[in-house]
Design a protein around this ligand. Structure first.
Ligand code: FAD
Length: 408
């Protein structure tokens, strides 16, 4: 691990900073805690597709300028419209974006489907799908999980049966993030019931608005509509909309190009959250500062600050491995586990510092400390230790692959 930029990396960081100095739309520059609490930076896709006129304009402006540098998909190969950046360059790019409050043009299309098509798609699929992913014109949802198949994803039962040139799909997916805003969806379906479970799955994609697909909202405990159930009843999907060979979908889905896996943006967000809490508590006559006179609370703030530094180093460890051509395995699980649990600990600390005022939910209530951002995050982040692989699964990986313990 190297804590300092090499000469080349320094040059690249300056290039990114120059770009940000010139091209950050005012909308992103002027983000206030109030707007944050109201969810106005629910990611670039949110701004572009369903944001206010101001948000849409900023998002379009941002993607246009990013596209000029090929930084919409920094990890894709140059010949497919990406920038072909090394993992460390991607780490620098994402760090600078996060410090400056600008969202990457991410989402399952750029992060997952694009790299999958590059490696397994036909020439026709590449020509048809990649440009629309890069421009953000078509947004995608990821339909993997099912009510009976989450951690044990290979148990999925949504069926696709061949009929002429089509598959006919029947089944259900769950927790499908942003399906209500997406145009298309890629799903894993069972195409062979008799094969061992990993070997009877295929990877297909379809327009989410087509007949036979129903998207039902799941409203979270924080009244947020982020995920959905999706139902498939006799949905006809042309066979040519399968990526990779039939029954090899599991291996297609596990594809990842060399994209950075450090989640450094998440760690920087945590540092910023904590910085803003400390800044707020330093405001003269801040009424909540009294709670810091309880030494256990002030110690908690300090502990969280130190934990953020540790978390940053977990991220740096992963990226250093990737940059040296190594594949992080249990190291990625350690970082996911630590980062998601730290997210919840930071929210918890804020709630304690604000005491009974933490019960206020409305960001516009003048009595809500920091526009109720800690209260809202406390509820929203309950899913942090579930989404993307639960903490128990990460612990299993660390135990077996990292510590060499026997399977229980
Ligand atoms: C906010 C959010 C967004 C999501 N977005 C998407 C999406 O866009 N697309 C998508 O396909 N999926 C998505 N998911 C689904 C996510 O991947 C699953 O929720 C996750 O993999 C866990 O699966 P599950 O919910 O079925 O829980 P289960 O796998 O049923 O687990 C239930 C409990 O049992 C524990 N458990 C399970 N197996 C083991 C084991 N072997 N050892 C020890 N403990 C175990 C788990 O840790 C958990 O506590 C999302 C989930 C959330 C919460």
């Amino acid at each position: 691990m190297n804590w300092l930029d090499t000469a080349e990396q320094k040059k690249f960081r300056i290039k990114v900073k120059d770009f940000l100095d010139n091209y950050i739309p005012n909308y992103y520059k002027n983000i206030t805690p109030n707007r944050l609490a109201e969810g106005h930076t629910g990611g670039w896709q949110y701004d572009y597709k369903v944001g206010s006129n101001e948000a849409k304009e900023a998002a379009l402006d941002w993607v246009t300028n990013l596209a000029k540098h090929k930084w919409v998909a920094p990890h894709w190969p140059i010949e497919y419209g990406g920038a072909g950046l090394s993992p460390m360059e991607q780490f620098i790019l994402r760090s600078e974006f996060a410090w400056n409050n600008v969202p990457p043009v991410a989402g399952p299309g750029v992060n997952m489907l694009g790299p999958t098509i590059v490696l397994h798609g036909t020439e026709e699929q590449k020509k048809e799908l990649l440009p629309d992913i890069l421009s953000g014109e078509i947004t995608w949802a990821q339909g993997y999980s099912e009510p009976g198949a989450g951690s044990d994803l290979a148990s999925l039962t949504t069926r696709a049966i061949k009929d002429g040139d089509d598959y006919v799909v029947n089944g259900q997916k769950i927790w499908t993030s942003s399906a209500h805003k997406a145009d298309w969806i890629f799903i894993l379906v069972r195409t062979d019931n008799d094969a061992p479970k990993h070997r009877g799955i295929s990877f297909i994609y379809t327009n989410i608005k087509q007949e036979g697909i129903e998207v039902r909202p799941i409203i979270s405990g924080g009244w947020e509509h982020a995920t959905n159930e999706t139902f498939y009843q006799d949905v006809r999907v042309p066979i040519k909309q399968r990526i990779g060979d039939e029954n090899r979908g599991w291996y297609v889905a596990m594809t990842l190009l060399d994209h950075e896996r450090s989640n450094v943006s998440g760690m920087i967000e945590k540092k910023k959250t904590l910085d803003s809490l400390i800044k707020f508590l330093k405001i003269k006559n801040c009424r909540y500062v009294k709670s810091l006179s309880f030494s256990s609370y002030s110690r908690q703030v300090v502990d969280r600050y130190i934990e953020c530094e540790v978390g940053f180093n977990f991220s740096l460890r992963i990226i250093s491995m990737q940059d040296s051509g190594l594949i992080p395995n249990q190291e990625a699980s350690t970082a996911k586990l630590y980062n998601s649990e730290l997210t919840q600990k930071i929210d918890n600390t804020g709630m304690k510092v604000f005491g009974l005022y933490s019960n206020l939910w409305d960001p516009n209530d003048i009595r809500s400390p920091m526009h109720a951002s800690f209260t809202q995050k406390y509820v929203h982040h309950i899913s942090a230790t579930i989404a993307g692989g639960t903490s128990e699964i990460q612990r299993n990986i660390i135990a077996t692959r990292g510590l060499g313990l026997p399977r229980g």
